[in-house]
Design a protein around this ligand. Structure first.
Ligand code: 5GP
Length: 260
């Protein structure tokens, strides 16, 4: 029996009606999917870690003036957020070639891009979230010209902030995905950052070893995904650290320490 109304269930999160109008509760699951949900699995404890990491990032983004939906964390797996009208676009920011751009354009993974790239994908599972141009977004009315300007400005600010935040803990931010939504005030709307920022939607490589500390461990069957997510949270100071600081992430050593 459900004690509150479920609004939406996605691959990694569930949205419930919030305690006040205009709010939602965002619940983080341990479920992991890849390749348009063709691959399914579980990353133990992922929901708890992503809830904490996303809280940390969104709170800090709020401090530097990037408006977002986060209100407060409620418990281990849930946070209170503002309800938005989701813009059906995934905004992908890339600093280094990896993943789909490497496949699409034949650019070796790990090549630094000449400058930061923003790409847009239309959010549609049945179509496999196809890459679209800004022209498509405007033509089909998914977002207006001014909204796209705001989205691109915020995406670059988030990238600058995240690059610095991760560099400080010896992690290279390769790329990441953002989602935005509209909030309405009478007849006027503005765009704010929504969804989550966590190792589910970022590529994070250890600066010294190149070790992947993100969902690619699951996508590419590399193993050690639980440890990788924990390592990101630990370096951000969000987990209690029993093993002392480690400058370089050594996955096999880390597994041994944890008895795996
Ligand atoms: P790519 O286009 O190379 O597959 O992904 C680029 C970046 O966006 C990666 O950091 C990836 O994690 C993120 N990304 C793209 N699409 C999705 C998605 O549907 N879900 C999640 N969690 N991340 C995505």
């Amino acid at each position: 029996m459900s004690r509150r109304r479920q609004i939406y269930e996605g691959k990694a999160k569930i949205l419930y009606e919030g305690p006040e109008p205009g709010t939602l509760i965002q619940y983080f699951k341990d479920d992991a999917t890849a390749f348009n949900a063709q691959k399914k699995g579980t990353i133990q404890g992922k929901g708890v870690i992503n809830n904490r990491i996303s809280e940390y990032v969104f709170t800090r983004l709020n401090h530097i003036g990037v408006p977002n939906h986060f209100i407060r964390r409620l418990n281990m797996r849930e946070q209170l957020v503002r309800q938005v009208e989701i813009i059906p676009i995934e905004v992908v920011v890339r600093n280094v070639a990896a993943g789909s751009i490497s496949k699409r354009l034949g650019i070796p993974e790990g090549d630094m891009l000449p400058h930061t790239l923003i790409e847009y994908c239309y959010k549609d599972d049945a179509l496999g979230d196809p890459l679209v141009a800004e022209e498509h977004i405007r033509c089909f009315g998914w977002a207006g010209h001014d909204e796209m300007q705001d989205i691109a400005d915020m995406a670059i600010r988030v990238n600058d902030f995240l690059c610095g935040m991760f560099a400080a803990i010896n992690i290279r931010l390769i790329d990441f995905k953002l989602e935005f939504g509209r909030i309405w005030d009478g007849d006027f709307s503005r765009v704010i950052l929504a969804d989550e920022i966590s190792p589910d939607g970022c590529r994070l490589w250890d600066m010294a070893t190149g070790e992947k500390l993100d969902k690619d461990r699951f996508r590419r069957d590399l193993g050690g995904e639980e440890e990788a997510y924990q390592e990101v949270a630990r370096r951000l100071g969000l987990l209690q650290d029993d093993n002392g600081p480690s400058e370089v992430f050594d996955l096999s050593k880390h597994r041994k320490l944890r008895g795996k």
